[in-house]
Design a protein around this ligand. Structure first.
Ligand code: ITT
Length: 181
């Protein structure tokens, strides 16, 4: 089976490729710059983007919206994660968290469509924001995120992401559902 993954993020694409291959699913990348609906919900954003991507590509596809949610910042950067990373970087996020509770959660919503309905698959991982930037692997916020029960950041130990990241968890549900068809 071959499905298109509409994303401009190569890190997301290679993680998805690795996991979905295990379910016998091949993916191709369409880096469409999709405008995202303003919402605090990764599910809502992903759903809207899936329909927009389908109106352009007209073939079975999925998109994925994700973000880092920090309760001490009322969920920020959340749905604004990509924008915050571009404007403030991981350094800026560390500064925002000085003296605050560093608990955080990554959330991911995959939206799959073949044109009519949109099916959603979600995943999350709890953890904390590190005190400093650590590691060279992964992408985005990986150098500052330590998953629950671990000491290393995702960037120091990217293999952790294959089993327990928000994306891996959503992709596993997606892969299982597709392989049952
Ligand atoms: P597309 O929308 O084109 O897929 P994007 O990078 O803009 O790519 P999002 O809008 O979903 O993706 O923004 C998510 C942000 O959160 C983005 O800055 C990512 O780098 C970051 N992020 C998402 N998953 C991550 C992960 O597994 N590790 C580190 N950072 C992550």
């Amino acid at each position: 089976m071959e499905i298109c993954f509409s994303t401009t993020n190569n890190g997301k694409f290679s993680e998805a490729q690795k996991i979905l291959n295990k379910y016998g699913i091949n993916i191709t990348q369409a880096p469409l710059p999709l405008e995202e609906k303003r919402s605090e919900s990764v599910e809502e954003i992903a759903e809207g983007c899936a329909l927009r991507a389908y109106s352009i590509l007209r073939k079975p596809l999925f998109v994925e919206d994700s973000g880092l949610f920090v309760p001490a910042l009322n969920g920020f950067p959340g749905a604004y994660s990509a924008w915050v990373l571009k404007k403030l970087g991981n350094e800026g996020v560390l500064r925002l968290l000085e003296g605050k509770n560093r608990e955080a959660e990554f959330r991911c919503a995959i939206a799959f469509t073949e044109g009519k309905e949109v099916r959603l698959f979600t995943g999350s991982v709890g953890g904390r924001v590190s005190e400093s930037i650590r590691g060279n692997g992964g992408f985005g916020y990986d150098p500052v995120f330590i998953p629950e029960g671990e000491e290393k950041t995702f960037a120091e130990e990217p293999s952790l992401k294959d089993s327990l990241s928000h994306r891996a968890r959503a992709l596993q549900k997606f892969g299982e559902s597709l392989s049952k068809r």
